[in-house]
Design a protein around this ligand. Sequence first.
Ligand SMILES: Cc1cc2nc3c(=O)[nH]c(=O)nc-3n(C[C@H](O)[C@H](O)[C@H](O)COP(=O)(O)OP(=O)(O)OC[C@H]3O[C@@H](n4cnc5c(N)ncnc54)[C@H](O)[C@@H]3O)c2cc1C
Length: 386
Amino acid sequence: MDTSLLVIGAGPYGLATAAYARHLGIETVVIGEPMGFWREHMPRGMLLRSGPDWHLDATDVHTFEAYLAERGVDPADVDPIPVDLFIEYASWFQEIVGLRVRPELVTALRRRDHGFEVDLDGGGQLSAATVVAAPGISHFTNIPHRAVAHLPEDRVTHTCFLTEVDRARDARTLIIGGRQSAFEWAALLADAGVDAVHVAYRHDTPAFAPADWHFVDPMIDQTVAVPGWFRRLSTEQRDAVANRFWAEGRLKLEPWLTPRMPEGVVHRHPHTEVTSCVELPNGDIRAELSTGQVLLVDHVVLATGYRADINSVPYLRELPDLETVDGFPVLDEHMQTSEPGLFLTGFAATRDFGPFFGFVRACPAAAQIIVPEVARSLERAASLAR
Ligand SMILES: Cc1cc2nc3c(=O)[nH]c(=O)nc-3n(C[C@H](O)[C@H](O)[C@H](O)COP(=O)(O)OP(=O)(O)OC[C@H]3O[C@@H](n4cnc5c(N)ncnc54)[C@H](O)[C@@H]3O)c2cc1C
């Protein structure tokens, strides 16, 4: 085997898990573009919803706050946190823990002997006894096909692929969706000086109020302390967690967006569905709303979020025994899939471990849940080989 542990994906979850594995003395290789999703799929200038206490280190030493302290920055001066600052922190973290990342893509993962083998986009291959896959959310974009089915591909963009606003193309924009990302993009477009942004969504306008995520801290502590904590909650208890999360994340919008959305530019359409969009001969897009209103726009942006579909992660397709439910992998209490030795983390783990695993806050917890089991699995393999 080329390595004991192969981590696929160098976002927050991949980096946190790999760093903790190295800390526990496990030979680890990481494949992926460091913070690739954050660099390529989050807009420049974006501000984070998370606080300064969210970090990547399962040992609680090389935290974001430690990074700020080393640079002599007062956390109050970087609130809300600019996305670039967190990317810089991740680079610092990677360096300080001595994590080398191979900036390649895994194109296929398959079983080989008692472990795994991967193909890399550069043409190479690697074998590993165990694998942690941290694919993030970019494969899971949720597209409302009915509304935009008749639009040419270049007239409609999911927020995941819209990091640079094009003043000419986006002069009059319709955003479908009404949560944080919809209003975040509305603010970015207004900042860029576009003529009009219409935001259409089926629900009430969320409240512009700061989110407070501290309620998740004890839940994440429980997840680490009690194996299988989340899955053993009753349906009502799990619903209560989901509702609390929903109330904080979905029913609130960050108040720092408000001054960036002038009324004459950003038009809100609550309780509204976009029923169809067609391109007219003169190039305008004609969008019909469920209210009967018709809008003429130049571009449609889908702020319609993400929906798990683990089969859409290309490199996992050669693992026929990977069990899934509702698009999520079935995971044991250590985030191990039905393919022994393969672990899946991050958003993919939210069904079995709770919604917090879609955010940086749970990165250290995920590492603490996975890595000791990786160590036990390697130990078992070593004793069988003796
Ligand atoms: C607009 C927006 C704002 C957000 N704001 C916040 C926030 O404020 N706070 C917060 O905690 N979270 C926020 N999130 C959620 C954030 O995406 C997650 O917290 C975080 O990225 C999860 O980390 P991850 O490692 O699971 O996934 P990712 O960061 O997506 O990392 C996965 C990595 O895997 C790589 N990869 C994919 N396929 C392959 C392959 N075949 N081979 C190798 N590598 C591969 C990708 O390039 C990517 O870098 C936001 C998300 C969005 C979309």
